[in-house]
Design a protein around this ligand. Structure first.
Ligand code: NAD
Length: 246
């Protein structure tokens, strides 16, 4: 059991990559606190799947991009679980369009949900981890945060921001036993990518040397590695999970 007696807080984990991470961690004995915009039937189902591993799980409703909500959530998780060992900044959205057509709202929404949320939760969790003198923070970047992408200027900028935030926090917190890393997935098969037109999907797959999209589980395994002591001397890094794309 790689994460026995640990508590992980994962944002946006009712479905997709966040859910896969929660299940992967639970399978390794980790108690799970996860957030999502709404705690609906799907989120409750996710909670039940996590609990089936015999670990504790609570789901918290909240918008990760809201500073006060993030702090209040961390307070509740601490009250419920007593400690927080792992933070996974996973909540994310896309609002794709060409730069010239992009509205201020589309820019702000994506930057707030994808980047500010990570700041919010790191800001709230870091004092807890400093007291514990240990912790692991993993944030979800993207291949487009490294390479850019036409039609995704807001999303790419937010994901590049995650990388700079990760590297800066790793430098600030390294001396206190806290590791901070990011994962940059390529094309992963989730609701986010299912929203793309079939033709765009096929075009994407052609660009992937491994000729397929990745699964949420393939990203979750890397999150498990980074969160666990297997990665005890790894901090400030961005691990790409992309089937050799890019
Ligand atoms: P998804 O849309 O399947 O799931 C995202 C989850 O985040 C949903 O449950 C959603 O309700 C939640 N969420 C959205 N806004 C939120 C908010 N403001 N507060 C709290 N929760 C919120 O997406 P996914 O594909 O699982 O993506 C997860 C992360 O991985 C995102 O950060 C995404 O940018 C990143 N990523 C995904 C891919 C991909 O190909 N799917 C590639 C690279 C990076």
């Amino acid at each position: 059991m790689l994460l026995e007696n640990k508590v992980a807080l994962i944002t946006g984990a009712a479905r997709g990559i966040g859910k896969a991470i929660a299940l992967q961690f639970a399978a390794e004995g980790c108690d799970i606190a996860f957030t999502d915009l709404v705690i609906d039937e799907q989120a409750t189902g996710t909670r039940r799947e996590i609990e089936a591993y015999g670990v504790l799980c609570n789901a918290y409703q909240g918008d990760a991009s809201d500073f006060e909500t993030a702090h209040a959530t961390v307070d509740k998780v601490l009250a419920d679980f007593g400690h927080i060992d792992i933070l996974v900044n996973n909540a994310g959205i896309t609002k794709d369009t060409l730069l010239m057509r992009m509205t201020e709202q589309q820019w702000d929404a994506v930057l707030n949900v994808n980047l500010k949320s990570a700041f919010n939760f790191m800001h709230a969790v870091t004092p807890v981890m400093l007291r514990q003198r240990s912790g692991s923070i993993v944030s979800m970047s993207s291949i487009v945060g490294l390479n850019g992408n036409a039609g995704q200027a807001n999303y790419a900028a937010s994901k590049a921001g995650i990388i700079a935030l990760t590297k800066s926090a790793a430098k600030e917190l390294g001396g206190r036993g806290i590791r901070v890393n990011a994962i940059a997935p390529g094309f992963i098969l989730t609701d986010m990518t299912a929203a793309l037109p079939e033709a765009t999907l096929q075009e994407f797959v052609k660009l992937i040397p491994m000729r397929r999209g990745g699964t949420p589980e393939e990203v979750a395994k890397v999150a498990l590695f980074l969160a666990s002591d297997l990665a005890s001397y790894i901090s400030g890094q961005v691990i790409q999970v992309n089937g050799a794309m890019g």
